[in-house]
Design a protein around this ligand. Structure first.
Ligand SMILES: [Zn+2]
Length: 536
């Protein structure tokens, strides 16, 4: 007997067992997917589920030798939002907006307007270690002197607000704040112990601790207390080693103080920017894909950079679910790595990441002008590599928007919301397909979608069993498969020109077989994404 026949046989035996187990339960009411999908609130001004987001660190074309062109890339990849761009060129911003796209500027820990004639500007606002030396963020230490500004420094705040106002004047609609951790992050590198921080920490301790507690902590007089001096006396480590040093309760209070200070800085500076703009300016932050602490939660949605080694479908799903749990949105980047080995595999994993991010209700940015670790060159993908997927997103707004997570299936995706009767199960064999079921919350007749993403090194057909009554009760299912057609330059140019993306998605009716309580369909090999539209 061939292994294939054997696999098919095992599959039908599994189906039979499930059917029998179900009959034994006396056919109690089955949860429908539209009941499990939860309605949620989306952040105002954030991306919608069928948006395509791209970054351009700086504006291209930069010079005669620059092969890249930001405006052309926006068209090539069907981009609807250019975000996290350090571009303040008013005419360009106008051009992006006039083309019907959203423009979003960028700010980070070094964002500060300094006077050209002020040679000492850096020393005036940089975070300082215990020896009073400037701290450089670890990944920037090989760069030319870069600033990590102290949020407790009034001069930094004044110049940072000027910077934000400059973006409003240039016409930005939204903003992205990179490195939002600011002074909280600096505690990991042994800072900030500048005089402004020491004064603010004194005030924080006076407000948040009792006199008895302070005596316990070894603080004789709060008015004269200087934490930096206190630490130097204790010979506390300077720099990065401070992170792991056990500084007891006082250190914990110091870190809590810097978190609080960072949070308050963002609140104040956003308020100042909003007042200048005369509207609430939506602002996202970089949350490293998984962080949703108090600092990240004071922003409207988040971007996160994915590392190549950690890119797995279950982690992407968890990240999107975590964001949804906070009524936020998670945008991720392509999987990043610091070398150019295995380019085909890298491209494949990037395509899988894009498909999975959207399949889970999130976003993956267009792989264009992407920062890479270890100061590797920035990555610029081509339309032939990736535009089919983004065109597919634009073509399928109807089955992306308004849909919420209802079920998952596949390796390492553990579905627990339906007891022993999950709505979909995969017969993958040695394949690596994952399924993400999404439904319109509470809408019992609306089509349900099942995103299928191939995570294997090669694409293989797969069998999918849908538990019929979990979809539309006792009604049989009609099933269509949507897939992105192979990239065709003229079809994409035409779609961009007309903003009609229908040609960038292919529809096939899939024959299905009713088998007991299941509807079974054969899914062809995917490259790497297909969307099943299941209707009553
Ligand atoms: Zn400071």
């Amino acid at each position: 007997m061939s292994t294939h026949v054997c696999r098919v046989k095992t599959f039908w035996m599994t189906v039979l067992l499930v059917v029998c187990a179900d009959a034994a339960r006396g056919g109690q009411a089955v949860k429908r997917v539209c009941e499990v999908a939860r309605p949620r609130t989306y952040p105002a001004g954030g991306p919608r589920s069928s948006d395509v987001i791209m970054r351009s660190l700086r504006l291209h074309v930069r010079n005669d030798k620059d092969p890249h062109d930001t405006m052309q890339a926006l068209k090539d990849f069907h981009v609807t939002r250019l975000e996290w761009a350090y571009v303040t060129n008013k005419a360009f911003i106008e051009k992006v907006k006039a083309s019907g796209r959203v423009f979003g500027g960028a700010a980070s820990a070094p964002s500060y307007l300094h006077k050209r004639n002020d040679a000492k500007w850096f020393e005036k606002v940089v975070v300082l270690d215990l020896n009073g030396q400037p701290i450089i963020a670890p990944w920037k230490r090989t760069w030319n002197r870069t600033l990590w500004g102290c949020v407790n420094n009034p001069e930094l705040e004044r110049r940072y607000v000027e910077y934000l106002k400059g973006y409003i004047n240039a016409g930005t609609q939204v903003m992205q704040r990179d490195e939002p951790g600011a002074n909280e992050s600096a505690t990991h590198w042994g800072g900030c112990f500048c005089p402004h921080c020491m004064k603010a920490f004194r005030e924080y301790l006076a407000k948040h601790t009792t006199a008895t507690k302070r005596r316990e902590l070894g603080i004789e007089s709060i008015e004269a207390f200087d934490y930096a001096q206190h630490l130097r006396k204790q010979r506390a480590p300077v720099g990065d080693a401070f992170k792991k040093w056990d500084g007891g309760e006082l250190k914990r209070l110091f870190v809590a103080f810097q978190t609080h200070a960072t949070l308050e800085f963002h609140k104040r500076t956003r308020k100042a920017m909003d007042a200048h703009a005369g509207r609430r300016v939506p602002v996202s932050c970089n949350n490293g894909v998984h962080r949703w602490g108090p600092i990240q939660l004071c922003f409207d949605w988040a971007f996160g950079e994915l590392s190549y080694g950690r890119t797995r479908p279950e982690l992407i799903y968890q990240a999107m679910r975590a964001a949804a749990g906070h009524d936020r949105i998670q945008v991720i980047t392509m999987p990043k790595k610091g070398d150019r080995k295995g380019l085909d595999q890298w491209q494949r994993r990037t395509r899988q990441t894009i498909a999975t991010a959207y399949a889970c209700g999130g976003f993956c940015m267009v792989p264009w002008d992407v920062y890479m670790p270890n100061n590797a060159p920035r990555y610029f993908g081509t339309p032939a590599q990736y535009a089919d997927l983004f065109g597919f997103v634009r073509a399928n707004a109807k089955v992306l928007e308004g849909y919420e997570d209802a079920a998952v299936a596949g390796k390492a995706l553990n579905e627990t919301r339906y007891g022993e009767s999950p709505p979909v199960s995969l017969r993958n064999g040695t394949g690596e397909v994952r399924a993400f079921v999404r439904a319109r919350p509470g809408q019992r007749d609306a089509p349900v979608v099942v995103h299928l993403v191939e995570w294997g090194k090669t694409s293989k057909p797969v069998t999918l069993a849908l538990r019929t009554d979990a979809f539309f009760g006792d009604r049989p299912l009609a099933i269509k498969l949507l897939t992105p057609p192979t990239y065709d330059k003229s079809a994409h140019e035409n779609a961009d020109r007309t903003r009609n993306y229908a040609a960038l998605s292919r529809t096939a009716d899939l024959p299905s077989a009713a088998q007991g309580k299941f509807t079974v369909v054969q899914i062809p090999a995917l490259d790497p994404w297909g969307i099943l539209v299941v209707s009553p």
